[in-house]
Design a protein around this ligand. Structure first.
Ligand code: PNS
Length: 158
């Protein structure tokens, strides 16, 4: 049984994230989606909100569960007996940072990182752009799942 860990901020989860999570669910026996609790980072959605949205959009995948962690990813991964960390790669701009983290995480814990390339249609998609578009009333349809569209509407228009 292979347990894959998909960590992230998911602030909010986008269709790009969902594509990676769906592919992880197809390739690995169990998928643990872990939302980082980063007190120093000002997130738009609270940790609870991010976890709830993820749990609702991932409920169709029987082998996925959602959790949160704080501190070092590798400490959490070791506690949970994770076999592999899974990340998505959009472009070379992601590569430098992601390879550095993957190598450091492997050095610290022996746990390897497996990368899925983003689909073309998601290569320019990021949660930070989605937040900015939604903040100024732009259209996020097709960029995020419907529950996130609704949650963004509530955040910015009440
Ligand atoms: O969705 P993000 O913001 O790109 O996710 C980044 C995340 C949460 C995977 C990364 O920031 C992380 O692993 N944070 C935990 C702290 C940690 O372990 N830092 C050392 C990495 S070598």
């Amino acid at each position: 049984m292979t347990l894959a860990l998909c960590p992230g901020s998911f602030d909010p989860v986008t269709n790009g994230h969902l594509d990676i999570l769906e592919r992880a669910s197809a390739h690995f026996d169990q998928v643990l989606v872990a939302v980082v609790a980063n007190p120093s980072k000002n997130s738009l959605f609270s940790l609870t909100e991010r976890q709830k949205i993820l749990a609702s959009v991932l409920s169709i995948y029987e082998n996925c569960r959602v959790d949160s962690f704080e501190g070092l990813l590798v400490d959490y991964a070791s506690r949970e007996n994770v076999d592999v960390i899974v990340k998505g790669l959009r472009a070379v701009t992601d590569f430098d940072y992601e390879i550095q983290m993957a190598q450091m995480n492997c050095r610290l814990s022996g746990i390897d990182t497996c990368f899925f390339p983003a689909r073309n249609e998601h290569s320019y998609l990021s949660a930070s752009l989605v937040r900015e578009i939604a903040r100024y009333g732009g259209k996020v349809e097709g960029l995020v799942p419907p529950p996130v569209e609704e949650a963004l509407r509530m955040k910015f228009t009440g």
